[in-house]
Design a protein around this ligand. Structure first.
Ligand SMILES: C[S@@+](CC[C@H](N)C(=O)[O-])C[C@H]1O[C@@H](n2cnc3c(N)ncnc32)[C@H](O)[C@@H]1O
Length: 396
């Protein structure tokens, strides 16, 4: 093992990247010391992903696409965003106009595709607001949208939260999986634990302790009561309490409309399935996927799958309705992805490229089934277009 504790199966970071990661690790070690010897995992994850200038989403390196660490659906094909635009059109037409808000806009590609398609459909939102925690990505989004959509740039704004009194549609692709989670361990004697990050002579290591808050303890007990049967002693997983705070803020700001969230994950009974005893944490580094979030701080993405039942429960608790739940494949098909593909020039390079991408977006063993779409609504009539083919709310 080298001094950076990077397994030999992963590509070696450049000397510059190693220096940057070492700097972030030193800062994390200082935080650990300040916190009395350990950080909660959600605090560690927030540092590793969002620490200004050094966190994974807040540094200058390329994240998305072929030259980055992973590819997301809107990066893969504009047809993904065009489908979301069809869903947005339904919402905006029903409301007689309105706005769009995108959380976690990444490179800005989805904003660009959505606005282009809504312009083509003659259904532009009054305003398009982007909320993103990464100042580096906000700069990238601004540069891209200023250059590619100069005539619509005035309609786009960046804010720290959803505008108050908002009416329209909110969209977030792969945002829930990027929210910092608590790492937990279930015990058969009922003394469930939280896992923290400690510093052992310069190496970041796990350490277990009591749950750090009554809310986490309550969540652990509820999950164990409902799904603990079959779990081995020491079953590890994650709990995302940040999502409930995030949804609470959103619900408060929203007057009327729909929230569409797309991410990889499961209903709770599958999320806490006995076989998933090591949890769902996943790290992406230069198109390699591995399960160790404590190495390469700042250089790799760290994500957790989404417990969609928790999202539905949080939504109901803050006054939203659950308006639909389905797989990415069924959502995109309901929004017309197959017709969009069929309308492209057959045999053209673009058609071939898009056909490949659509396969990836829809096939069950690729993104079609693991990725789910949940629709939440406030004072909005059903059915929503994207859930009109298959609605699996009953599975939540
Ligand atoms: C995995 S990337 C997905 C980017 C983009 N939606 C896509 O599909 O390509 C996660 C994005 O969410 C942003 N993000 C993370 N937490 C956030 C939060 N609490 N509010 C808004 N954006 C957030 C990150 O900065 C990043 O832009």
């Amino acid at each position: 093992m080298n001094p950076h504790h990077i397994p030999s199966t992963l590509p070696e970071p450049s000397p510059e990247a190693q220096r940057q990661s070492a700097r972030l690790k030193d800062l994390i070690r200082e935080e650990i010391q300040r916190a009395g010897g350990r950080l909660r995992f959600d605090q560690f994850m927030a540092q590793a992903l969002y620490r200004l200038g050094l966190g994974y989403y807040a540094q200058a390196g390329q994240i998305f696409g072929e030259g980055g660490d992973f590819i997301t659906a809107p990066e893969l094909s504009p047809l993904f965003g065009r489908c979301l635009a069809r869903q947005a059109r339904q919402v905006l037409e029903e409301l007689g106009g309105g706005e769009l808000v995108e959380f976690g806009a990444g490179s800005g590609v989805l904003a660009e595709t959505l606005l282009r398609e809504l312009e083509a459909l003659d259904c532009l939102p009054r305003r398009y607001t982007i909320v993103d925690v990464s100042p580096t990505l906000v700069q990238r989004q601004q540069a891209r949208l200023r250059q590619n959509l100069p005539h619509l740039f005035q309609r786009i704004q960046w804010r720290e939260s959803c505008p108050r009194g908002f009416r329209g549609m909110v969209v977030g692709n792969e945002v829930l999986d990027a929210l910092p989670v608590h790492k937990v361990r279930f015990r058969q004697d009922g003394r469930h634990e939280e896992l923290f990050v400690a510093d052992e002579a310069g190496r970041l290591v796990w350490t277990a302790g009591e749950p750090s808050s009554p809310r986490l303890k309550q969540a652990l007990e509820q999950i164990y009561r409902e799904h603990g049967e079959g779990m081995v002693d020491g079953y590890e997983s994650e709990i995302n309490l940040a999502a409930e705070r995030w949804l609470g803020g959103l619900a408060e700001a929203m007057e009327q409309g729909v929230v569409i969230l797309i991410d990889y994950g499961f209903p709770r009974h599958e999320f806490y399935h006995p076989e998933r005893h090591q949890g769902t944490l996943m790290c992406h580094y230069q198109h390699h996927v591995h399960p160790d979030p404590l190495i390469l701080p700042g250089l790799q993405d760290v994500t957790s799958h989404v417990d969609f039942t928790a999202i539905a429960e949080s939504a109901l608790a803050c006054g939203l309705q659950v308006a639909g739940f389905t797989t990415q494949a069924y959502f995109l098909i309901a929004c017309g992805i197959e017709q969009m593909l069929a309308e492209l020039e057959p045999e053209s390079m673009d058609f071939l490229r898009q056909a490949q991408a659509v396969k990836k977006l829809l096939m069950p063993h690729e993104m079609g089934e693991l990725f789910k779409v949940i629709g939440l609504s406030k004072d909005f009539p059903e059915p929503l277009l994207g859930f009109s083919l298959l609605d699996q709310r009953a599975r939540l």
